[in-house]
Design a protein around this ligand. Sequence first.
Ligand code: PMP
Length: 389
Amino acid sequence: MKKILMIPGPVEYDAPVLSAMSMPTKAHTDINFINTFREALEHTSKIFGSASGFPFIISGSGTLGMETSVANFIRKGDKVLVVSTGYFGDRYKDLLSLFTDRVDVYQPPLGQAADPSIIKEKVENGSYSLVTVTHVDTSTGVRNDIRTIASSFPDTDTLLVADGVCSIGGEEFSMDWGVDVAFTASQKALGTPPGLTVGAIGDKAVQRMEKVPALSFFSDLRKWRKVFDAMLQSKPAYFGTPNVNLIYALKSSLESINNEGIAKRTKRHEVVASAFRGALDELGLKLIAEKSFANTLSVPYLPEGVKLPSFLSAAERFGAVFAGGLIADIKDRYFRIGHMGSVGQSEVMISIGAIERSLKKNGYDVKLGSGLGKAQEIMQDADFAYNSQ
Ligand code: PMP
């Protein structure tokens, strides 16, 4: 029986994307590949809303994106601020500690988004070289208001780095808001199997990059930029061998994102997320996020008495694979539902059905169909015309 992958990345991928992976591999100097890379870069700029600066696509996972986003823009010992709303915010603390002892952390209480006015105050008074904010922290499902946060940066020397790994392609986002560095990973809302980090660098960050030395070798954007610039002019260039087949897959997916249109796509994610939240609420499951919910995933606590491993394995038997928790103290008390990429009404119905049945199997008193009914009500008039197949 087919089961669907509903973890927060990797996700289910469309058939044209998967078939691009299995074509015979071309030379990275082949003009057909170069033009595909060029188109993928052009689509990236559009999806990131970046009119200037440059886009990047590098082989590696989202963690390489995190490293790239800081190791090119600070000097050793610089003062930096990490805004942490979960596990991936905390990862920035560990990463930046390799380069500097002066890492300040602003951590709102669990489940709450960062307060933009607190960040504004810190940016005005903290002499930070750079601030990192995780747009959606995948461990909590909390979404930060990057747009408002970004409005505090333009008149300062501080760079704003946005980790968009669990947001870009599914949530509203634009570099034009005043974000200096942003990136994601292929496996989430960009709808391409794992293996690429994809991002954009704005003008202010380009200027910084030209003044400071790189703190790592493989993620040195000064070297990669020459490759991207050449590719954008349909010319070959080399720094490290690109992941040829994945770039064909990425181009296919990015093209379908831009064909659907970012506004329509984020709206679709919003409707799917509302259906999940409505159904979970109907079933009596409380989310970790208190108000600022992500549209790319939902993160509910399990009811008292329901054990995570047996909940997850029964849900899988009922047709949907979900993920367990990541926050150390509570990781066995909650689970995570990824709903990004080409998700729509079928994924909602299969997932909610599996959640209801697994809860019941695990002794929780649930009326089968109650969550499904709520999800159907929410999706009843939504436009799900998108069909990539
Ligand atoms: N940041 C966020 C917000 C993430 O969700 C993840 C992965 N789940 C990462 C960074 C790290 O990405 P990867 O696992 O692809 O290295």
